[in-house]
Design a protein around this ligand. Structure first.
Ligand SMILES: [Zn+2]
Length: 255
């Protein structure tokens, strides 16, 4: 974590601010793990965007999140169902179904989340497994979607993209938290890319599968960054609310 603080110190010395955001996936209902995530993030004043699975979400989650202004809700596909063939990477929004059918689901999901979460819902799509047929992208507006969030560097697309860039989970190995040093290396690499090209640093978490190491990492990561003068944890509304590109905002706009 010291390496990351050193990088942020250099940003501070140059009067620059690095915008971070937190995306946590797969919420459908209040659980002890979700409480733990929201308690931890609010203790460090880190806003959270929850990617909620609309088919399964209901009023219990809406009631639980109501009155938490630091929590935004995004659309996590429709039912997080895999439509890919065996042997293929899992996808709900891949090239396996007609665009019309997928857009209908997404539209229904957006309407449902808006009804449940009101202004906490922002029209951002987080495709399950971070995969989506690129042919669908020009049509997302038809389902009311204004922003797309996947994993990895943003690519040119016919829709605004706000991605995540560092994933704390080791999906293919231990299925627990990755080594802290490896996650920090990813964050530092993203900061280097941001120095050259702008943008924001998205951290990806999955509260339902966090092991103890994941919680310990997040606590340490938030502690190292949230009060650093060169880091600002942004809400999704900050990043998409038409205030211009926050990554380009001068340091003097810091509040
Ligand atoms: Zn998911």
């Amino acid at each position: 974590m010291d390496r990351l603080v050193s990088v942020l110190d250099r940003w501070q010395a140059r009067g620059r601010i690095a915008h971070f955001w937190l995306r946590d996936d797969d919420a459908v209902a209040p659980t002890p793990a979700l409480s733990r995530l929201l308690d931890l993030s609010s203790r460090h004043r880190v806003p959270v965007t929850l990617a909620v699975i609309p088919a399964e979400a209901g009023s219990s989650l809406a009631g639980f999140l109501a009155g938490r202004p630091a929590v935004d809700v995004a659309l996590h596909g429709w039912s997080h169902q895999n439509h890919a063939s065996p042997g293929e990477k899992k996808q709900e929004l891949g090239r396996h179904r007609a665009h019309g059918a997928m857009l209908e689901e997404l539209s229904e999901g957006a309407v449902k989340l808006k009804a449940l979460f009101g202004d906490q819902f922002l029209p951002m799509l987080v495709p399950p497994w971070n995969r989506i047929d690129t042919g669908l992208l020009p049509h997302l507006g038809e389902a009311g979607i204004e922003t797309l969030s996947v994993f990895g560097p943003e690519k040119p697309a016919p829709v605004r993209m706000v991605n995540t860039h560092a994933d704390i989970m080791d999906w293919h190995g231990t299925r627990g938290c990755r080594a802290a040093g490896d996650i920090v290396t990813d964050v530092i690499a993203r900061l280097a890319a941001m120095e050259a090209r702008g943008g924001v640093m998205g951290l990806l978490t999955h509260h339902l599968v966090h092991d103890e190491a994941a919680w310990i990492f997040l606590d340490a990561f938030f502690a190292a960054t949230a009060r650093h003068p060169a880091c600002r944890w942004a809400t999704l509304a900050d990043l998409t609310g038409g205030q211009g590109d926050p990554a380009q905002a001068p340091a003097s706009s810091r509040s």
